[in-house]
Design a protein around this ligand. Structure first.
Ligand SMILES: *Cc1c(COP(=O)(O)O)cnc(C)c1O
Length: 513
């Protein structure tokens, strides 16, 4: 058997200590069923503070707006509502339901930006409550202005979303987007803002690019600053730029594991080592007569520059046309900076537990582990994230086989990560509970330090951003995971929990305004 290839999750202390609490986790799943989602509201408050520190370093004002679509949790949103200062923390909503949810969580309209495609109901509630609207197109701006006039509403703050940023020449510097108004059409858009000046107040402009490229984002921010210059020349009074989300997360504890895994995956696809995936699945790659074709379409699980650090590096970039650091340009113009991190603000904010139902060995010797959960409950594969679960055994494993100490869930995934030979580990495929050939929770061989047994739990760490409830549904009448909020006093207090919808900040959160 070849050396195990681990992709151990990066675990910060709060999540690590939760995973290392089998006596807390097992009864929860017994009571509430599998799968079960846990969220850590206190972590999102810490993550907001880490973003705020970058603002402080660059002496910038403005809001960190949590992109709600990353997770449906009420607890995370309510904890955010209690995280201050109010002038610096808010939420980005992308649907009528999310807007209602945010208002109901205690976020006042001045702390909410409404993005995404809008239907008339969404637009009306946004206008009526006076949240900031990131208008997607000239047509949407016109619809909004009409609503304001028809119902005699106060002027609505607008933050038009721009896209397709080009250099002063012609070359488009950013990827095309189906959202936003092309920056080249900013002139007519500003005409419209002026025409409807009694109904809308241009507070700034925004973009959101689904890319990791710093240069692309710097080009977009530069383009926004130029549109704001033009707006000021026209006598408008914009005061902020919203740079959207996409700051990313570093999911892995050890970057070397990622290098090794991707190398071995390509070798396996070329037939130079035993397969690492189910039925030769290649995550976008395939071997053809000894050459590799296609592109690896997975999330770069190892991202050393992610989250607040990514923002820091973006702000330090030189604006391609304006020629100076972006942070300096923002500061000199007294523009506030709004950010909309989704994934990055939910980093380390939760995990998904699934019970092992069956372990089966095929005639070909493959170990199949069936879980009481499916690929829609645990959206890792769907989103191209390759990350090991952590084994949380029901009963302590006997010592002496080289694995990590029994009951030490944290070490389970990462134990003997370098393949020291002490623990051989066991390679398994994780199957879901749907009566569907395609319901694999992992299409790759996942290495665990011990063979799982029925009744054990597998904990999927760091699922709060998009992997927890984004795709979950009632297919085959299988239950959708319940969600609980967990909390502990200080760093060592006992863990306590409540249902996500029962969580209110006054129960746990300190005064951190
Ligand atoms: C999805 C989205 C975000 C958040 O993106 P992340 O990659 O999760 O940070 C922010 N703003 C808008 C407009 C979005 O659609």
């Amino acid at each position: 058997m070849s050396e195990p290839l681990y992709l151990a999750p990066r675990l910060e202390p709060r999540l690590a200590s939760l995973l290392d609490s089998p006596a807390f986790l097992h009864p929860l799943v017994t009571a509430l069923g599998s799968p079960l989602n846990l969220v850590l509201p206190d972590q999102i408050a810490d993550n907001v503070r880490a973003f705020r520190a970058v603002y402080a370093r660059h002496r910038l004002g403005g809001r960190v707006l949590y992109a709600h679509k990353a997770n449906r949790s009420s607890a995370l949103l309510r904890r955010l509502a209690a995280t201050g200062p109010a002038a610096a923390v808010g939420v980005d909503v992308a649907s009528l339901g999310e807007l209602q949810h945010a208002l109901g969580a205690g976020l006042t309209p001045d702390r909410i930006v409404a993005t995404g495609p809008k239907d008339p109901d969404y637009l009306w509630l946004a206008a009526r409550t006076g949240v900031t609207v990131a208008v997607d197109s000239p047509a949407e701006l016109t619809s909004l202005a009409r609503l304001v006039e028809r119902f005699g509403l106060p002027r609505v703050p607008v933050l038009p979303r721009l896209s397709d940023f080009a250099a002063p020449g012609t070359r488009v510097l950013t990827r095309r987007s189906r959202f936003g108004t092309p920056a080249a059409d900013a002139g007519p858009l500003l005409d419209l803002v002026e025409k409807h000046g009694d109904s809308v107040d241009l507070t700034g402009v925004s973009y959101h690019l689904d890319t990791m490229g710093l240069a692309e984002k710097a080009a977009a921010l530069d383009g926004c600053l130029r549109v704001l210059d033009e707006a000021r020349r026209r006598g408008l009074r914009p005061r902020c730029v919203d740079v959207g989300g996409g700051f990313g997360v570093d999911y892995l504890a050890d970057g070397a594991q990622w290098e090794r895994y991707t190398t071995e995956l390509t070798r396996a696809l070329l037939g130079r080592r035993p397969p690492l995936t189910w039925e030769g699945h290649g995550y976008g790659l395939r071997g053809e007569n000894g050459t590799l074709r296609g592109t690896l379409s997975v999330y770069p699980a190892h991202r050393p520059v992610a989250g607040p650090r990514y923002l820091d590096e973006l702000l330090a970039q030189t604006a391609p046309s304006l020629g100076r650091p972006l942070a300096t340009l923002l500061l000199e113009n007294l523009y506030d900076l709004h950010t909309e991190p989704g994934r990055a603000l939910t980093d380390q904010c939760g995990l998904t537990l699934a019970r092992v139902l069956e372990v089966r060995v095929t005639a070909a010797g493959e170990r199949l582990v069936r879980l009481a959960a499916n690929a829609r409950d645990i959206g890792l594969e769907d989103h191209g994230l390759l990350l090991d679960p952590v084994l949380v055994p029901a009963a302590p494993r006997p010592e002496g086989n080289g694995g990590p100490p029994a009951g030490s869930g944290v070490a389970a995934g990462s134990g003997d990560a370098a393949g020291s030979g002490a623990g051989a580990g066991v390679g398994v495929y994780l199957l879901g509970n749907l009566c569907l050939e395609s319901d694999l929770i992992t299409r790759r061989l996942v290495h665990l330090a011990h063979e799982p047994r029925p009744g054990d739990l597998l904990a999927f760490a760091n699922t709060a951003g998009y992997f927890m409830d984004f795709t979950a549904d009632h297919a085959l009448h299988q239950p959708i995971a319940r969600k609980v909020a967990v909390h502990r006093e200080g760093d060592t207090g006992p863990w306590s929990w409540c249902l996500d919808e029962q969580y209110w900040p006054h129960l746990t959160a300190g005064d951190d305004a």
